[in-house]
Unconditional design. Structure first.
Length: 602
């Protein structure tokens, strides 16, 4: 029986990440960074595609796991007939990419086995393995080398590296697996005990800065730690998820690589960091954003690599069977080349909200605006692929037009708030306001259903779309506008599935893909936020707490959820979902960034 997505826990060091199964198997690890080829890829294939399992040999009567308080150090406790022991798993927060595993006896004696299967290039390449000494192993394939150092002496067995050992109460056995370039001299092993202490201290110091958010404080801290772990420290870029090709429908083709940075996440990420007081992280994200979008506005992409790379060429890995046989397994993301109007509004809103929150104006932001806005003024009437990156052709998506309005609305506000307040600023602000008003008039004329009662997914469409919730959340219209209220009713009637929100009707096949997917969790957080705006607090709180209940036992959420099968779907963990946890908690506690964002039209 394959592991469920929710069976995994995250390890991370703000450069790369790993997923550890409940059974002690590390099934996904990309080194040396999030988007690098995986050395453990059994998550998308089988154990011969790479894994690292450390677990009791004998039958486990009981096991439980948790993160040590406010850290990303995972503790898994096993109870067998002969005793109990725990395994501590971590990725030290150092520039050396490594995974550390510590096995400690708690009572009696417990027999353990280790099975290490190293496969480079997403499970395809068997490396050259040699023992440097009885406790040190080197595995090389092309440019990469992985070094295993262990207190237990391993041995080779049919292209696996294995070991058996026993721990009694108080006894510890240690293992570290680190990556380096193969042409460099072999680096010394880390001090495992020091790495454990330093990693705990660093995570707890980071989490201690988080203010209390009422009854949701613990989950907000957990989501904040998750976002930090998904941040590429050298650049400040935040990946949408640490995995590729975990399916949105089991057995289907909706399998995408999310190990990149989306501009669309910018505003909500800034909200999360700024409203929790994490200004340094917000500034790093803004710096990444401004570096990535710099240049010709016609070449602006919806997503970039960790350092702002533009070439995210998509290809498939046919040697991997796929998670529960969901194919193809993809690397790269062709949606990077799509035309999506909403990203201009996301960037403008992020810049405006950063200034509103007290971040100093960035000298490059004004220059970028002077390039982007004239270009957007010439293209906002064009069709695009929309927020959901459909592959069924361009349309005049209402959400895209709303976000084009956001770009000019926020630009007008920034021009109005400039310290110089010159005649030129006033004229510029009025021009931006005029364009914003023109966009709003068109959307309110062409974006409604044929009866003129409510908004629809695209011009001349009858479909509903959860992104229409952003009409109120961005301030495009007041939340109590009758057209929006009727739109909300349509979303509740047509897109709610067992109380959770679908992003749109995928069964029609109009998006160019095979039908079907799970409910989209960030859309359900948006619904909570709309309820807050409307004063429907009890409904918002009940829905939010249901969403928290979908988190796995260590507080992590994927992109989607199947309420019928009662399991997570999509890449994991998903930054958007954890941003939703943070921002909706703030809304419910009346520290309400979404109300601040929407107040300009109310």
């Amino acid at each position: 029986m394959p592991a469920l997505i929710e069976d995994y826990a995250l390890l991370g060091n703000c450069r790369s990440a790993a997923l550890v199964n409940r059974n002690g198997s590390l099934d996904w690890l990309s080194l040396p960074r999030f988007d690098a080829p995986a050395v453990f890829a059994s998550l998308l294939g089988n154990e011969e595609n790479g894994r690292w399992r450390i677990a009791p040999c004998d039958s486990v009567e009981h096991s439980e796991r948790r993160y040590l308080d406010d850290t990303l150090v995972l503790e898994t406790t096993y109870v067998t007939a002969t005793g109990s022991a725990r395994v501590l798993d971590l990725m030290p927060l150092t520039e050396t990419n490594s995974v550390v595993r510590i096995v400690e006896g708690l009572s009696g004696e417990v027999n353990f086995e280790m099975d290490l299967v190293l496969r480079f290039d997403y499970g395809r390449s068997v490396p050259w393995v040699e023992m440097l000494d009885p406790h040190t192993l080197s595995a090389v394939a092309g440019p990469d080398r992985v070094i295993l150092c262990s207190s237990v002496a391993p041995h080779a067995a049919d292209h696996h590296t294995v070991a058996r050992f026993r721990v009694s109460a108080g006894q510890r056995e240690t293992f570290s697996l680190r990556h380096q370039r193969s042409h460099l001299p072999i680096e010394p092993d880390c001090n495992v005990e020091a790495a454990l202490k330093e990693t705990i201290d660093q995570w707890q110091t980071f989490a201690s800065r988080c203010p209390e958010v009422g009854p949701y404080s613990a989950q907000v801290r957990r989501s904040l730690i998750t976002l930090k772990a998904m941040t590429y420290a050298p650049t400040g870029g935040i990946v949408a998820a640490v995995t590729t090709s975990l399916p949105e429908r089991l057995g289907g083709e909706r399998n995408w690589d999310y190990r990149y940075c989306w501009l669309r996440d910018a505003t909500m990420t800034l909200f999360a960091f700024m409203n929790l007081g994490y200004i340094e992280e917000a500034q790093a994200w803004r710096e990444w954003l401004l570096r990535s979008v710099a240049g010709n506005p016609e070449q602006m992409q919806i997503m970039y690599g960790l350092a702002g790379e533009r070439d995210l060429q998509e290809y498939t890995l046919p040697w991997l069977a796929g998670y529960e046989h969901s194919q193809p397994v993809r690397v790269g993301n062709a949606a990077a080349n799509q035309h999506q109007l909403d990203i201009y509004g996301e960037v403008a809103d992020a810049m405006a909200q950063a200034i509103k929150a007290g971040l100093p104006r960035h000298p490059r932001s004004a220059a970028i605006s002077r390039l982007i806005l004239p270009y957007l003024e010439t293209i906002w009437r064009d069709p695009d692929e929309g927020i959901w990156e459909v592959r069924g052709g361009q349309q005049h998506f209402v959400h895209s037009k709303v976000m084009a309005w956001v770009a000019f609305d926020r630009a007008a506000l920034l021009a109005e708030s400039t310290e110089q307040d010159t005649e030129q600023d006033t004229e510029q602000s009025q021009h931006y306001r005029n364009v914003a008003d023109e966009i709003r008039r068109e959307v309110c004329e062409r974006g409604l259903d044929p009866t003129g009662q409510f908004f629809v997914q695209a011009y001349d469409s009858k479909e509903m779309d959860a992104s229409l919730l952003q009409i109120a959340l961005t301030g495009f219209l007041p939340a109590d506008d009758s057209r929006f209220l009727r739109t909300l009713e349509q979303i509740e009637q047509r897109l709610l599935h067992e109380g959770l929100v679908m992003r749109y009707d995928t069964d029609s096949g109009a998006d160019g893909l095979t039908a079907g997917e799970g409910t989209f969790l960030v859309c359900t957080f948006w619904l909570c936020d709309v309820y807050v705006l409307l004063g429907r607090r009890d409904e918002a709180q009940a829905l939010y707490e249901r969403l928290l209940g979908l988190c796995n036992d260590v507080g992590l959420l994927a992109e989607q959820y199947d309420p019928k099968a009662k399991r997570m779907l999509g890449n994991f963990p998903q930054a958007f979902s954890h941003i939703g946890i943070i921002n909706t908690a703030l809304n419910l506690q009346a520290r309400c960034p979404v109300r601040d964002r929407a107040s300009r039209s109310e």
